[in-house]
Design a protein around this ligand. Sequence first.
Ligand code: C5P
Length: 404
Amino acid sequence: MGGPMVLGMPLKQVSLITLTFQNSALILIMHYSRMMPPSGDHRYFTSTAVLLTEVIKLTICLTFAIYDVSRSLAPSTPATVIFEQIYNLVFSGDSWKLAIPATLYTLQNTMQYVAVGNLDPVHFQILYQLKILMTAVFTVTMLGRAISPKRWIALVILTVGVSIVSIPSTDPKDGSFMLHDMTDHFFPRSVHELGQMTNGMGEVARELTKRGLGGLAEVGDALTKRSATYEGIEEDQNATPAMSYSIGLSAALAVATLSSLTGVYFEKVLKDSSTSVSIWIRNIQLSFYSLFPAIIVGIAFKDGQDIIQHGFFDGYNWVVWTLILLQAFGGVLASLCINYADNIAKNFATSISIIISFLFSVWFFSFRVTLTFLLGTTLVLTSTFLYSGPDRKRGRPPPINIVN
Ligand code: C5P
Protein backbone atom coordinates (compact mmCIF):
# COMPACT_ATOMS: atom_id res chain seq x y z
CA MET A 1 0.00 0.00 0.00
CA GLY A 2 1.04 3.61 -0.07
CA GLY A 3 3.73 4.47 -2.61
CA PRO A 4 4.25 7.80 -4.33
CA MET A 5 1.23 9.70 -5.70
CA VAL A 6 0.88 11.83 -8.84
CA LEU A 7 -2.14 14.10 -9.35
CA GLY A 8 -3.92 12.31 -6.51
CA MET A 9 -3.44 8.86 -8.10
CA PRO A 10 -0.89 6.20 -7.16
CA LEU A 11 2.22 6.47 -9.39
CA LYS A 12 1.84 2.75 -10.12
CA GLN A 13 -1.53 3.27 -11.88
CA VAL A 14 -0.47 6.49 -13.57
CA SER A 15 2.62 4.88 -15.05
CA LEU A 16 0.71 1.78 -16.25
CA ILE A 17 -2.00 3.89 -17.95
CA THR A 18 0.51 6.31 -19.49
CA LEU A 19 2.57 3.37 -20.76
CA THR A 20 -0.48 2.07 -22.65
CA PHE A 21 -0.72 5.28 -24.68
CA GLN A 22 3.02 5.76 -25.00
CA ASN A 23 3.35 2.24 -26.37
CA SER A 24 0.73 2.61 -29.10
CA ALA A 25 2.10 5.98 -30.17
CA LEU A 26 5.66 4.64 -30.19
CA ILE A 27 4.97 1.67 -32.45
CA LEU A 28 2.86 3.74 -34.86
CA ILE A 29 5.41 6.53 -35.15
CA MET A 30 8.29 4.05 -35.42
CA HIS A 31 6.54 2.25 -38.26
CA TYR A 32 5.72 5.54 -39.98
CA SER A 33 9.33 6.73 -39.60
CA ARG A 34 10.60 3.62 -41.42
CA MET A 35 8.00 3.95 -44.21
CA MET A 36 8.02 7.70 -44.90
CA PRO A 37 10.28 9.14 -47.58
CA PRO A 38 13.62 10.15 -45.99
CA SER A 39 14.21 13.85 -45.55
CA GLY A 40 17.97 13.68 -46.33
CA ASP A 41 19.63 11.59 -49.02
CA HIS A 42 19.29 8.59 -46.78
CA ARG A 43 16.82 7.20 -44.23
CA TYR A 44 17.94 7.97 -40.66
CA PHE A 45 20.34 5.50 -39.01
CA THR A 46 18.60 3.51 -36.29
CA SER A 47 21.86 3.14 -34.35
CA THR A 48 22.00 6.92 -33.85
CA ALA A 49 18.36 6.92 -32.68
CA VAL A 50 19.11 4.13 -30.17
CA LEU A 51 22.09 6.06 -28.80
CA LEU A 52 20.25 9.39 -28.55
CA THR A 53 17.37 7.68 -26.75
CA GLU A 54 19.79 6.52 -24.06
CA VAL A 55 21.43 9.95 -23.80
CA ILE A 56 18.04 11.64 -23.32
CA LYS A 57 16.91 9.02 -20.81
CA LEU A 58 20.16 9.47 -18.93
CA THR A 59 19.55 13.23 -18.79
CA ILE A 60 15.96 12.81 -17.52
CA CYS A 61 17.03 10.36 -14.80
CA LEU A 62 20.02 12.47 -13.80
CA THR A 63 17.69 15.46 -13.31
CA PHE A 64 15.40 13.41 -11.03
CA ALA A 65 18.40 12.00 -9.16
CA ILE A 66 19.81 15.51 -8.54
CA TYR A 67 16.39 16.59 -7.26
CA ASP A 68 16.13 13.49 -5.04
CA VAL A 69 19.62 13.80 -3.55
CA SER A 70 19.44 17.56 -3.02
CA ARG A 71 16.18 17.17 -1.08
CA SER A 72 17.98 15.00 1.47
CA LEU A 73 20.79 17.57 1.90
CA ALA A 74 20.88 21.07 3.38
CA PRO A 75 19.58 23.75 0.97
CA SER A 76 22.98 25.43 0.61
CA THR A 77 24.87 22.22 -0.32
CA PRO A 78 27.22 22.96 -3.26
CA ALA A 79 26.50 21.26 -6.59
CA THR A 80 29.86 19.45 -6.48
CA VAL A 81 28.80 17.59 -3.30
CA ILE A 82 25.49 16.58 -4.90
CA PHE A 83 27.29 15.26 -7.98
CA GLU A 84 29.84 13.43 -5.85
CA GLN A 85 27.02 11.69 -3.97
CA ILE A 86 25.33 10.69 -7.22
CA TYR A 87 28.66 9.48 -8.66
CA ASN A 88 29.25 7.33 -5.57
CA LEU A 89 25.76 5.87 -5.76
CA VAL A 90 26.03 5.11 -9.47
CA PHE A 91 29.46 3.45 -9.36
CA SER A 92 29.30 1.62 -6.08
CA GLY A 93 28.18 -1.82 -4.93
CA ASP A 94 26.44 -3.99 -7.47
CA SER A 95 26.31 -1.37 -10.24
CA TRP A 96 28.11 -3.75 -12.64
CA LYS A 97 25.02 -6.01 -12.59
CA LEU A 98 23.24 -3.48 -14.79
CA ALA A 99 25.76 -3.98 -17.61
CA ILE A 100 23.95 -7.19 -18.65
CA PRO A 101 20.40 -5.77 -19.01
CA ALA A 102 21.90 -2.62 -20.55
CA THR A 103 23.47 -4.66 -23.36
CA LEU A 104 20.32 -6.76 -23.84
CA TYR A 105 18.02 -3.70 -23.91
CA THR A 106 20.27 -2.02 -26.50
CA LEU A 107 20.06 -5.13 -28.66
CA GLN A 108 16.28 -5.22 -28.11
CA ASN A 109 15.85 -1.56 -29.09
CA THR A 110 17.92 -2.10 -32.24
CA MET A 111 15.97 -5.22 -33.25
CA GLN A 112 12.68 -3.44 -32.60
CA TYR A 113 13.42 -1.07 -35.50
CA VAL A 114 13.91 -4.09 -37.77
CA ALA A 115 10.68 -5.72 -36.59
CA VAL A 116 8.54 -2.59 -36.81
CA GLY A 117 10.07 -1.64 -40.16
CA ASN A 118 9.01 -4.99 -41.62
CA LEU A 119 5.61 -5.53 -40.03
CA ASP A 120 2.40 -3.58 -39.64
CA PRO A 121 2.16 -1.93 -36.23
CA VAL A 122 -0.75 -4.19 -35.33
CA HIS A 123 0.93 -7.43 -36.34
CA PHE A 124 4.03 -6.42 -34.45
CA GLN A 125 1.99 -5.61 -31.34
CA ILE A 126 0.19 -8.94 -31.47
CA LEU A 127 3.33 -11.02 -32.01
CA TYR A 128 5.07 -9.06 -29.31
CA GLN A 129 2.48 -10.29 -26.81
CA LEU A 130 4.41 -13.54 -26.68
CA LYS A 131 6.62 -11.73 -24.22
CA ILE A 132 3.81 -12.15 -21.66
CA LEU A 133 4.20 -15.94 -21.76
CA MET A 134 7.98 -15.70 -21.67
CA THR A 135 7.91 -13.16 -18.86
CA ALA A 136 5.72 -15.53 -16.85
CA VAL A 137 8.18 -18.36 -17.38
CA PHE A 138 11.14 -16.15 -16.39
CA THR A 139 9.20 -14.78 -13.39
CA VAL A 140 8.64 -18.31 -12.11
CA THR A 141 12.16 -19.53 -12.80
CA MET A 142 14.25 -16.45 -11.99
CA LEU A 143 12.18 -14.74 -9.31
CA GLY A 144 10.69 -17.91 -7.81
CA ARG A 145 7.12 -16.55 -7.87
CA ALA A 146 4.09 -18.81 -8.32
CA ILE A 147 1.41 -18.23 -10.98
CA SER A 148 -2.18 -19.50 -10.47
CA PRO A 149 -3.71 -22.13 -12.83
CA LYS A 150 -6.21 -19.53 -14.14
CA ARG A 151 -3.35 -17.33 -15.21
CA TRP A 152 -1.53 -20.21 -16.92
CA ILE A 153 -4.75 -20.88 -18.91
CA ALA A 154 -4.82 -17.21 -19.88
CA LEU A 155 -1.22 -17.52 -21.04
CA VAL A 156 -2.01 -20.56 -23.19
CA ILE A 157 -4.95 -18.71 -24.81
CA LEU A 158 -2.60 -15.85 -25.45
CA THR A 159 -0.11 -18.09 -27.22
CA VAL A 160 -2.84 -19.61 -29.42
CA GLY A 161 -4.09 -16.10 -30.29
CA VAL A 162 -0.63 -14.91 -31.19
CA SER A 163 -0.02 -18.00 -33.35
CA ILE A 164 -3.27 -17.45 -35.27
CA VAL A 165 -2.41 -13.82 -35.98
CA SER A 166 1.08 -14.74 -37.11
CA ILE A 167 -0.24 -16.91 -39.97
CA PRO A 168 0.17 -14.89 -43.19
CA SER A 169 -3.22 -14.16 -44.75
CA THR A 170 -2.24 -14.78 -48.39
CA ASP A 171 0.34 -16.30 -50.59
CA PRO A 172 2.40 -18.38 -48.21
CA LYS A 173 5.12 -18.66 -50.89
CA ASP A 174 6.62 -15.29 -50.16
CA GLY A 175 5.08 -14.94 -46.75
CA SER A 176 3.82 -11.43 -47.44
CA PHE A 177 0.50 -9.99 -46.44
CA MET A 178 -2.37 -9.09 -48.70
CA LEU A 179 -2.18 -5.58 -47.27
CA HIS A 180 1.26 -4.92 -48.74
CA ASP A 181 0.47 -6.61 -52.04
CA MET A 182 -2.55 -4.40 -52.42
CA THR A 183 -0.94 -1.13 -51.43
CA ASP A 184 2.35 -1.78 -53.20
CA HIS A 185 0.97 -2.86 -56.56
CA PHE A 186 -2.39 -1.22 -57.03
CA PHE A 187 -2.47 2.05 -55.14
CA PRO A 188 -0.39 5.03 -56.20
CA ARG A 189 1.79 6.38 -53.39
CA SER A 190 2.11 9.92 -54.70
CA VAL A 191 0.42 12.39 -57.02
CA HIS A 192 3.26 11.79 -59.46
CA GLU A 193 2.61 8.04 -59.47
CA LEU A 194 -1.11 8.63 -59.86
CA GLY A 195 -0.38 10.86 -62.86
CA GLN A 196 1.79 8.16 -64.41
CA MET A 197 -0.86 5.51 -63.91
CA THR A 198 -3.63 7.65 -65.36
CA ASN A 199 -1.45 8.57 -68.30
CA GLY A 200 -0.73 4.91 -68.96
CA MET A 201 -4.41 4.00 -68.81
CA GLY A 202 -5.24 6.88 -71.14
CA GLU A 203 -2.69 5.63 -73.66
CA VAL A 204 -4.19 2.14 -73.54
CA ALA A 205 -7.70 3.49 -74.04
CA ARG A 206 -6.62 5.67 -77.00
CA GLU A 207 -4.80 2.85 -78.74
CA LEU A 208 -7.69 0.47 -78.25
CA THR A 209 -10.24 2.86 -79.74
CA LYS A 210 -7.92 3.61 -82.65
CA ARG A 211 -7.20 0.01 -83.55
CA GLY A 212 -10.32 -1.77 -82.37
CA LEU A 213 -10.04 -4.94 -80.32
CA GLY A 214 -7.77 -6.49 -82.95
CA GLY A 215 -4.96 -4.20 -81.78
CA LEU A 216 -5.06 -5.58 -78.24
CA ALA A 217 -2.06 -7.84 -78.74
CA GLU A 218 0.04 -5.03 -80.21
CA VAL A 219 -0.82 -2.73 -77.31
CA GLY A 220 0.09 -5.51 -74.91
CA ASP A 221 3.49 -5.86 -76.55
CA ALA A 222 4.08 -2.12 -76.46
CA LEU A 223 3.24 -2.03 -72.74
CA THR A 224 5.54 -4.94 -71.98
CA LYS A 225 8.39 -3.11 -73.74
CA ARG A 226 7.59 0.08 -71.84
CA SER A 227 7.56 -1.72 -68.45
CA ALA A 228 10.93 -3.29 -69.30
CA THR A 229 12.43 0.20 -69.65
CA TYR A 230 10.96 1.19 -66.27
CA GLU A 231 12.59 -1.83 -64.63
CA GLY A 232 15.98 -0.57 -65.79
CA ILE A 233 15.51 2.66 -63.85
CA GLU A 234 17.39 2.63 -60.55
CA GLU A 235 15.32 2.15 -57.41
CA ASP A 236 14.10 5.53 -56.14
CA GLN A 237 15.55 6.34 -52.68
CA ASN A 238 12.26 7.97 -51.75
CA ALA A 239 10.16 4.90 -52.51
CA THR A 240 8.55 3.11 -49.61
CA PRO A 241 10.91 0.24 -48.62
CA ALA A 242 9.62 -3.27 -49.14
CA MET A 243 8.62 -5.11 -46.00
CA SER A 244 9.60 -8.71 -45.41
CA TYR A 245 7.27 -10.69 -43.23
CA SER A 246 9.80 -13.39 -42.41
CA ILE A 247 12.43 -10.87 -41.28
CA GLY A 248 9.79 -8.97 -39.29
CA LEU A 249 8.54 -12.16 -37.65
CA SER A 250 12.02 -13.36 -36.62
CA ALA A 251 12.94 -9.91 -35.31
CA ALA A 252 9.67 -9.61 -33.37
CA LEU A 253 10.27 -13.00 -31.71
CA ALA A 254 13.82 -11.99 -30.80
CA VAL A 255 12.57 -8.69 -29.34
CA ALA A 256 9.91 -10.52 -27.31
CA THR A 257 12.51 -12.91 -25.86
CA LEU A 258 14.95 -10.12 -25.06
CA SER A 259 12.22 -7.96 -23.53
CA SER A 260 11.00 -10.66 -21.15
CA LEU A 261 14.42 -11.88 -20.10
CA THR A 262 15.80 -8.39 -19.58
CA GLY A 263 12.67 -7.07 -17.84
CA VAL A 264 12.71 -9.90 -15.30
CA TYR A 265 16.46 -9.54 -14.75
CA PHE A 266 16.03 -5.79 -14.14
CA GLU A 267 13.17 -6.50 -11.71
CA LYS A 268 15.37 -9.00 -9.89
CA VAL A 269 18.15 -6.44 -9.48
CA LEU A 270 15.66 -3.82 -8.24
CA LYS A 271 13.83 -6.03 -5.78
CA ASP A 272 16.61 -8.36 -4.57
CA SER A 273 19.13 -5.67 -3.83
CA SER A 274 20.07 -5.43 -0.16
CA THR A 275 21.11 -1.79 -0.54
CA SER A 276 18.29 0.63 -1.21
CA VAL A 277 19.16 2.37 -4.46
CA SER A 278 16.57 4.67 -6.04
CA ILE A 279 15.00 3.86 -9.39
CA TRP A 280 16.66 7.00 -10.83
CA ILE A 281 20.13 5.76 -9.88
CA ARG A 282 19.31 2.32 -11.31
CA ASN A 283 18.22 3.96 -14.55
CA ILE A 284 21.39 6.05 -14.71
CA GLN A 285 23.42 2.87 -14.30
CA LEU A 286 21.39 1.16 -17.02
CA SER A 287 21.71 4.07 -19.47
CA PHE A 288 25.41 4.50 -18.71
CA TYR A 289 26.21 0.86 -19.52
CA SER A 290 23.94 1.05 -22.60
CA LEU A 291 26.15 3.72 -24.12
CA PHE A 292 28.97 1.21 -24.72
CA PRO A 293 27.10 -1.32 -26.89
CA ALA A 294 25.18 1.54 -28.55
CA ILE A 295 28.39 3.28 -29.58
CA ILE A 296 30.68 0.31 -30.18
CA VAL A 297 28.31 -2.14 -31.84
CA GLY A 298 25.66 0.18 -33.32
CA ILE A 299 27.49 3.33 -34.32
CA ALA A 300 30.99 1.96 -35.00
CA PHE A 301 30.40 -1.54 -36.40
CA LYS A 302 26.90 -1.51 -37.84
CA ASP A 303 26.57 1.94 -39.43
CA GLY A 304 30.08 3.42 -39.00
CA GLN A 305 31.00 3.70 -42.70
CA ASP A 306 27.64 5.14 -43.71
CA ILE A 307 27.58 7.60 -40.82
CA ILE A 308 31.01 8.94 -41.83
CA GLN A 309 29.79 9.28 -45.40
CA HIS A 310 26.35 10.78 -44.79
CA GLY A 311 26.57 12.34 -41.32
CA PHE A 312 25.17 11.40 -37.90
CA PHE A 313 21.89 13.27 -38.33
CA ASP A 314 21.23 12.36 -41.94
CA GLY A 315 17.54 11.71 -42.52
CA TYR A 316 16.46 13.30 -39.25
CA ASN A 317 13.24 15.26 -39.15
CA TRP A 318 10.58 16.05 -36.55
CA VAL A 319 9.11 12.52 -36.81
CA VAL A 320 12.44 10.93 -35.86
CA TRP A 321 12.94 13.39 -32.98
CA THR A 322 9.42 12.71 -31.69
CA LEU A 323 10.17 9.00 -31.86
CA ILE A 324 13.41 9.36 -29.89
CA LEU A 325 11.77 11.48 -27.18
CA LEU A 326 8.85 9.08 -26.94
CA GLN A 327 11.20 6.11 -26.67
CA ALA A 328 13.25 7.78 -23.90
CA PHE A 329 10.08 8.73 -22.01
CA GLY A 330 8.82 5.15 -22.48
CA GLY A 331 12.01 3.75 -20.97
CA VAL A 332 11.47 5.83 -17.83
CA LEU A 333 7.82 4.74 -17.69
CA ALA A 334 8.71 1.07 -18.15
CA SER A 335 11.16 1.26 -15.27
CA LEU A 336 8.54 2.87 -13.01
CA CYS A 337 6.03 0.14 -13.90
CA ILE A 338 8.58 -2.60 -13.17
CA ASN A 339 9.52 -0.93 -9.89
CA TYR A 340 6.06 -0.03 -8.53
CA ALA A 341 4.09 -2.89 -10.14
CA ASP A 342 5.88 -5.72 -11.95
CA ASN A 343 6.78 -6.90 -15.44
CA ILE A 344 3.61 -8.93 -15.89
CA ALA A 345 1.36 -5.95 -15.06
CA LYS A 346 3.47 -3.79 -17.40
CA ASN A 347 2.99 -6.26 -20.25
CA PHE A 348 -0.76 -6.40 -19.85
CA ALA A 349 -0.93 -2.60 -19.86
CA THR A 350 0.85 -2.55 -23.20
CA SER A 351 -1.39 -5.24 -24.69
CA ILE A 352 -4.34 -2.87 -24.32
CA SER A 353 -2.50 -0.59 -26.69
CA ILE A 354 -3.17 -3.15 -29.45
CA ILE A 355 -6.68 -1.76 -29.77
CA ILE A 356 -5.35 1.77 -30.12
CA SER A 357 -2.76 0.71 -32.72
CA PHE A 358 -5.44 -1.24 -34.53
CA LEU A 359 -7.81 1.74 -34.84
CA PHE A 360 -5.01 3.98 -36.08
CA SER A 361 -3.72 1.43 -38.56
CA VAL A 362 -7.13 1.05 -40.15
CA TRP A 363 -7.17 4.79 -40.81
CA PHE A 364 -3.57 5.61 -41.57
CA PHE A 365 -1.96 2.50 -43.05
CA SER A 366 -5.06 1.11 -44.83
CA PHE A 367 -4.80 -2.01 -42.71
CA ARG A 368 -7.05 -4.84 -43.92
CA VAL A 369 -8.85 -6.85 -41.29
CA THR A 370 -9.08 -10.58 -41.95
CA LEU A 371 -11.11 -13.16 -40.07
CA THR A 372 -8.02 -14.88 -38.67
CA PHE A 373 -6.73 -11.53 -37.51
CA LEU A 374 -9.98 -10.82 -35.65
CA LEU A 375 -10.04 -14.28 -34.09
CA GLY A 376 -6.43 -14.05 -32.94
CA THR A 377 -6.89 -10.54 -31.56
CA THR A 378 -10.02 -11.58 -29.68
CA LEU A 379 -8.10 -14.44 -28.06
CA VAL A 380 -5.21 -12.15 -27.11
CA LEU A 381 -7.52 -9.61 -25.52
CA THR A 382 -9.60 -12.28 -23.76
CA SER A 383 -6.45 -13.71 -22.24
CA THR A 384 -5.36 -10.24 -21.18
CA PHE A 385 -8.55 -9.70 -19.21
CA LEU A 386 -8.56 -13.26 -17.85
CA TYR A 387 -5.00 -12.84 -16.62
CA SER A 388 -5.40 -9.41 -15.12
CA GLY A 389 -8.76 -10.12 -13.43
CA PRO A 390 -8.64 -11.02 -9.74
CA ASP A 391 -7.86 -14.63 -8.95
CA ARG A 392 -11.08 -16.36 -7.95
CA LYS A 393 -11.24 -17.27 -4.31
CA ARG A 394 -11.54 -20.99 -3.71
CA GLY A 395 -15.07 -22.21 -4.59
CA ARG A 396 -15.71 -23.71 -1.21
CA PRO A 397 -14.53 -22.41 2.09
CA PRO A 398 -11.78 -24.51 3.60
CA PRO A 399 -13.11 -27.31 5.84
CA ILE A 400 -13.91 -26.08 9.32
CA ASN A 401 -12.14 -27.71 12.16
CA ILE A 402 -14.22 -30.84 12.70
CA VAL A 403 -12.56 -32.06 15.84
CA ASN A 404 -15.40 -30.78 17.99
O1 C5P B 1 8.66 -3.72 -24.53
P1 C5P B 1 9.39 -3.59 -23.25
O2 C5P B 1 8.51 -3.24 -22.13
O3 C5P B 1 10.34 -4.66 -22.96
O4 C5P B 1 10.28 -2.31 -23.52
C1 C5P B 1 10.98 -1.79 -22.51
C2 C5P B 1 11.64 -0.54 -23.04
O5 C5P B 1 11.94 0.26 -21.96
C3 C5P B 1 12.93 -0.80 -23.76
O6 C5P B 1 13.04 0.10 -24.83
C4 C5P B 1 13.99 -0.53 -22.75
O7 C5P B 1 15.16 -0.03 -23.30
C5 C5P B 1 13.31 0.52 -21.90
N1 C5P B 1 13.69 0.47 -20.50
C6 C5P B 1 14.48 1.48 -20.03
N2 C5P B 1 14.84 1.50 -18.72
C7 C5P B 1 14.42 0.52 -17.89
C8 C5P B 1 13.62 -0.53 -18.35
C9 C5P B 1 13.27 -0.52 -19.69
O8 C5P B 1 14.86 2.37 -20.80
N3 C5P B 1 14.78 0.59 -16.63
